[in-house]
Ligand binder design. Sequence first.
Ligand SMILES: [Zn+2]
Length: 154
Amino acid sequence: MSSRREFTRAQKAEMLKRAMDGQGQIRCEGCGLNITGKVIEFDHIVAEALVLDKTVLLTSRDGRVLGRDCCHRVPGGKTARDCGDIAEAKRREARHLGIRRSEQARRTGFGRPAPQRTASRPLAKPAAWRGSGAATVQAAPGDQREVGCDRDPC
Ligand SMILES: [Zn+2]
């Protein structure tokens, strides 16, 4: 992906002039709020991450003057919505390229973990130390002990 295009100073000046009302107050081009003296940002109307051909030069018409706190970076604001769009575009691209999550991952959200080993489950293959036939190791009957808790009132 090529680099993000930024507006030139001249374009920003042009956008600011456009956003200014009759009294010389800068108005947010998203909601119309007076943002003179507030933090303003030059928004790319089409988020740069979604632009495929970045050799096309930006013009002042590709941008908007937005107040950072009223429209640009608030939750649910332009940037948040762009992030959703960008994620969707990435999913769409992955689907187009045939990259897909496994059926299982889609159903459960995660892949199913491998089954846990439990002491009661019979072994799928004989353990190496068991060997076969005569070499079988067996515990003497006296060795068998209840495995339990050492504390008295259990
Ligand atoms: Zn606004």
